[in-house]
Structure formats: structure tokens, C-alpha cells
Unconditional design. Structure first.
Length: 60
């Protein structure tokens, strides 16, 4: 994979969130992410973030 590819960035995000969850809790991280998503004005974007978050949680 090439540096700077979307896959690399996705892996980095999952790694960082996983570390955060290990230092706190997955429940706390989930609550925080759900609050951020709920504050979004655009329902279409909100639904995309919900789907993405569900995918990421599986990897954590």
C-alpha cells in the first residue's frame, strides 16, 4: 500500500481510537462519538457517520 492511501489513514484512525478506548473504555468512546454524530445538522451525513462508526467499532 502506498503511504497516504485511504486504507493507511483508516488503519491509523482505528489504531488511535483503539488506544483511547484501552485507556478509558469502549463505552465512553461510544458515548462521545454518538454525541458528536447527534450534533450534526445534516441527516444524510449523520447516517453515513453512524454506519462508519458501526464498522469501526467492529475493528476495535
Amino acid at each position: 500500500m502506498a503511504y497516504g492511501s485511504l486504507v493507511i489513514y483508516q488503519e491509523e484512525v482505528v489504531e488511535e481510537l483503539s488506544q483511547w478506548a484501552n485507556n478509558h473504555s469502549l463505552n465512553e468512546l461510544n458515548h462521545f462519538i454518538q454525541e458528536l454524530i447527534a450534533d450534526m445538522d445534516d441527516e444524510v451525513v449523520q447516517n453515513r457517520y453512524i454506519d462508519t462508526w458501526e464498522e469501526i467499532k467492529v475493528e476495535l
